[in-house]
Write a protein that binds this ligand. Structure first.
Ligand code: NI
Length: 398
């Protein structure tokens, strides 16, 4: 057993030069949204060379799935990487910078794809020890929050049915661990990201005769204030949530009471319960306050990804696997979740799993945030991501 695990660590480390080569190729040729056909074709070509079977492209338009069948009986672990880039003009000056005008891998998805290819290479050499199968899921359109849903609709989690799932994000989103280590969260790692439009209907009229009108701006002010009590008075204090009203629009002149007023806002939450409660309370408050003031209100929600919440059992297995690869003392909890959204959450809603942080920041002072034209990562640690996913695939059923 110990022999086996030592092998994966050493084999992953020895694969780093290959991971760098793959990552640089992908970095040179970024693709956007669902149009990740060339990236998927490149991955398919590498997987075919490894002898990986059931390679399917066009899953969720630009996506790809493939299966590594183990020689022992067991369940199916899904491993997911996103492949899409961003509409940004690269300014890193790196020798392998993007060759595509106005497109750049500025969030590390090139590294995610390379690390999943590396995982496939390692696992394809360890089929004899692999229980069940691993389903590789290469996803398009993460940055627009639509790729995971499209792949799920296209059956990415079926045939074979995926029993558990794992994925990672590289870069410098979180603090608490540094390059060469692995970061995790026992609870939520990232927030849900929904938005709402709240419409208030009153009765327009002359500004000098408010008694003959129902002023929707006065109603909006009361609703706005009352919405602020959801986070401060109703969400448990130890749970983070955000309600931001970003626009309030009404009226056309100083002496006219307008007939309607519209507010738009964004909602972030770290648990599905808080997310649902906030939506219900926004609806109740809008309706109740408006009715009390002789107006009416309606709310429309536009749903983004749910919160990224890891399964405790899978998180425990991740900690063990990551500890084998980087050493248990280098597996660290993140300091705090980020309120940014991530569409891996759609997979985690369907299948128990774990999403973890692969820190790849450069030396202090050399780092730029994700989605910045100068964003880049340390390539020296790509092997720790591939190694951890491989180790997890070989041990999650123990
Ligand atoms: Ni990303």
């Amino acid at each position: 057993m110990d022999m086996e695990r030592t092998n994966i660590r050493d084999e992953a480390r020895a694969l780093n030069a290959q991971l760098v080569e793959w990552r640089r190729h992908l970095h040179r040729h970024p693709e956007l949204g669902f149009d990740t056909q060339n990236t998927a074709a490149f991955a398919a070509e590498q997987l075919a060379a490894m002898g990986v079977s059931e390679i399917k492209t066009g899953v969720g338009r630009g996506g790809l799935t493939a299966v590594i069948q183990g020689e022992k009986p067991g369940g199916v672990l899904g491993l997911r990487a996103d492949m899409d880039a961003l509409p940004i003009q690269e300014e890193t000056g790196l020798p392998f910078a993007s060759t595509e005008e106005g497109r750049m891998h500025a969030c590390g998805h090139d590294a995610h794809t390379a690390m999943l290819l590396g995982t496939a290479r390692l696992l394809s050499q360890h089929r004899a020890e692999l229980k069940g199968a691993v389903k590789l899921i290469f996803q398009p359109a993460e940055e627009i929050g639509a790729g995971a849903v499209a792949m799920i609709r296209d059956g990415a989690l079926e045939n074979p049915k995926v029993d558990a799932i794992a994925g990672l994000h590289t870069g410098n989103f979180w603090t608490g661990a540094s390059a060469g280590e692995i970061g995790y969260s026992s609870g939520a790692l990232m927030a849900s990201a929904d938005s709402f439009t709240l419409s208030i209907t009153g009765t327009g009229g002359h500004g000098a005769q408010p008694d003959r009108a129902v002023d929707p701006i006065a109603v909006a002010c009361q609703i706005y204030s009352t919405l602020q009590t959801i986070v401060s008075r109703e969400v448990p204090p130890a749970q983070a949530a955000v309600i931001t009203v970003g626009t309030i629009q009404a009226g056309s002149a100083a002496n006219i009471i307008p007939p309607t007023c519209t507010m738009q806002g964004t909602i972030r939450a770290l648990s599905p319960e808080t997310r649902t409660n906030i939506q219900n309370r926004i609806r109740d408050i809008a309706k109740g306050v408006a009715e009390a003031m002789r107006a009416s209100a309606s709310v429309k929600f536009s749903y983004g990804p749910p919160p990224v919440v890891c399964d405790p059992g899978m998180t425990a297995k991740l900690l063990r696997a990551a500890g084998t690869i980087v050493g248990p003392e280098h597996v660290r909890p993140v300091d705090a979740p980020t309120m940014v959204g991530e569409d891996m959450a759609f997979f985690l809603e369907k299948v128990p799993g774990v999403f973890f942080w692969h820190p790849s920041a450069l030396k202090e002072g050399e780092n730029y945030p994700h989605h910045h034209p100068k964003f880049t990562i340390s390539e020296e640690v790509l092997w720790t991501g591939a190694g951890t996913m491989t180790e997890l695939a070989l041990t999650w059923q123990e």
